[in-house]
Design a protein around this ligand. Structure first.
Ligand code: PHE
Length: 366
């Protein structure tokens, strides 16, 4: 009896003194391990008479319980201390000086997206987003292109082998227009959004890459007409190209999701082999260049998006971001945008500190 008490006291003291998880494990083996004295003492109970067992068992059981509890508590304490020590050891000194030569730069596409958001925010537009992996309802059907619509074939769509749970085709969105549908379904009307992002078409040459960037614009409100569209695009391009002599030409066109539809051309001149935006496209030495598509939102699209076309009208536009970036910053090969060549990025990239603001001029000073 006294023997067990003193042995237990000694074990508890040794456990308390254990300085490491290894030392603690040694204590566990000595007591509760297969050959530990507590385990051996428990085994002797089997050979005892019922009276002897009744007398001896409680002391052994309580020794085992107190030692097990002490081992658990000490283990938790040692592990917590080890974690603290590791956290202290792995701290990073954030006060270390930055490298003398800045590493990395902002890609022109990201820069232009920031500029777009800044200019359109000033006109009261919020930025909306949607998934790049879309279903064919949002990408086509709700945009007034049913299964048999020939415009579907023109989109050179990348399809996934799987379908959605409710049987829709899954694809990489071919334009940012599905964000129109998502935004109207989520927010209703009136609404004023732009949606910049990546789009995908199975198409590739010097002026087309399988992934490129668009910005969608959508305004739905009461009494909206084509004049609002033209003013909005003109105001945007003047701010974006930072010149007042921007002349737009709206050329009749066709998109299933707008009616009427117009393509947006901008006048430009060629100076020193470079296209410079500005001036009337029919003026001497000038020409027109297409920047995107637009039009009044088709009544059927409003219906698909849950809005009553008798009550609401809107305009929408889609512009190629890569193209307006090339025009503004003077690059001539679209493919370089996606090569990830650090030399190109150092040359055309922008400082992360050069945030576009309207007051300082949205253009980056390279
Ligand atoms: N989604 C069209 C395209 O990718 C552009 C567009 C957007 C046209 C909005 C009209 C209105 O070509």
């Amino acid at each position: 009896m006294t023997d067990i008490t003193s042995q237990t006291d000694a074990a508890l003291a040794a456990i308390a003194a254990a300085a490491s998880l290894e030392a603690l494990e040694a204590q566990r083996l000595e007591t509760l391990g297969k050959k530990g004295w507590v385990s051996l003492a428990l085994k002797t109970l089997g050979g005892m008479s019922p009276q002897e067992r009744a007398a001896a068992a409680p002391a052994i059981q309580s020794a085992r319980a107190s030692i097990a509890a002490a081992l658990d508590a000490k283990k938790a304490a040692l592990e917590a201390a080890a974690l603290e020590e590791q956290l202290a050891r792995e701290t990073i000194d954030l006060t270390l000086p930055a490298p003398a030569v800045p590493k990395g730069s902002v890609h022109p596409v990201s820069q232009v997206m920031d500029e777009l958001a800044e200019i359109f925010a000033d006109l009261g537009f919020a930025v909306a987003t949607g998934p790049e992996i879309e279903d064919d309802w949002h990408n086509f059907t709700a945009l007034n292109m049913d299964e048999t619509h020939p415009a579907r074939a023109m989109h050179d769509t990348f399809y996934f082998p799987d379908k959605t749970a409710d049987g829709k085709d899954v694809l990489l969105r071919t334009h940012t227009s599905p964000v129109q549908i998502r935004a109207m379904l989520e927010q209703g009307a009136p609404i004023r959004i732009i949606a910049p992002g990546r789009v995908y078409r199975s198409d590739s040459d010097a002026t087309h890459t399988p992934m490129f960037h668009q910005v969608e614009g959508l305004v739905v409100d009461k009494d909206i007409h084509l004049g609002h569209l033209k003013w909005t695009l003109e105001t945007f391009f003047k701010a974006f190209f930072e010149r007042e002599d921007i002349v737009l030409r709206l050329r009749p066109s066709y998109f299933p999701f707008t009616e009427p539809s117009v393509e947006v051309d901008v006048g430009y001149a060629t100076e020193g082999g470079r296209r410079v935006v500005g001036g009337h496209g029919d003026a001497p030495g000038h020409a027109w260049m297409e920047l995107g598509g637009s039009g009044m939102v088709n009544a059927r699209v409003l219906e698909f998006a849950g809005l009553d076309p008798k009550q609401w009208q809107g305009f929408a536009f889609g512009l190629g971001i890569d193209r307006i970036a090339m025009l503004k910053y003077g690059m001539n090969d679209l493919r370089a945008f996606f090569d990830g060549d650090p030399r190109w990025l150092m040359h055309y990239g922008f400082s992360p500190f050069d945030q576009p603001t309207l007051s300082a001029g949205v253009g980056a000073r390279a």
